[in-house]
Design a protein around this ligand. Structure first.
Ligand code: CA
Length: 225
């Protein structure tokens, strides 16, 4: 899952980036709304975390612009204590949830899980395709009832494939979901993760099909040999 983080407080921004990466999210941290607006035009994000008090354009205006563009990604706002008005306005203009500073990391992670779950229009916290099940809360995967050992990026690629299934997911969208700006991945990197996942799914009744020129699709049934 790729998160756009817009927070002008450097200490908080760096701390949140590290903490979210520890939790296996991919994070693009920015200190102002203007570059964030540009980033939203270039990259597909699964979630935006937006501080309201920003230099230049404020968080409210950024959220208005995101919604005016028709982007429906979940937005979590960060507001100052006692700023009830901010929370009300933020929710009214299209934010999905808010967190009051200072907050504890477990609460942020729980809220991220909750709003991304709602945005998938499902109350089921698990993602399942056939014999495969992912648990986003615990970052675990399970196949035919046994744990499937995955690295962080393998897990992220599989999560995207499962969320897209039975549709095809574009290779670029997969690259976006696991790449960082400071460590941009080539499309070949996605191929490497796909081939590792295929090795781990070998012999199971679920496989990853390459849709030439477009991307990949997770399908039930054994792979054609
Ligand atoms: Ca601020």
């Amino acid at each position: 899952m790729r998160i756009l983080l817009v927070e002008d407080d450097l200490v908080l921004r760096v701390g949140l980036k590290e903490a979210l990466e520890q939790a296996n999210f991919t994070v693009d941290p920015l200190g102002a709304a203007e570059p964030a607006e540009g980033a939203l035009g270039l990259t597909t994000y699964d979630l935006a975390i937006v501080d309201i008090g920003l230099p230049g354009m404020d968080g409210f205006e950024l959220i208005r612009r995101i919604r005016r563009r028709g982007l429906d990604l979940p937005i979590l706002i960060l507001t100052a204590r006692d700023a009830l008005e901010d929370r009300v306005v933020g929710l009214d203009i299209g934010a999905d949830d808010y967190l009051v500073k200072p907050f504890l990391l477990p609460e942020l992670l729980a809220r991220i899980r909750a709003i991304t779950r709602r945005s998938r229009a499902s109350a089921n916290p698990l993602i399942s395709v056939g014999v495969l099940t992912l648990d986003p809360a615990n970052h675990t995967a399970d196949i035919e009832g046994s744990p499937l050992e995955l690295t962080g990026r393998e897990w992220s690629v599989l999560e995207q494939l499962m969320l897209a299934a039975p549709k095809v997911i574009a290779k670029q969208k997969l690259t976006d979901s696991i790449g960082h700006w400071d460590n941009e991945l080539t499309p070949n990197a996605v191929e490497i993760y796909i081939s590792r996942l295929r090795a781990k799914l070998a012999g199971r009744p679920v496989h990853i099909r390459t849709v030439r020129g477009i991307g990949y699709r997770l399908e039930e049934g054994a792979a054609d040999v």
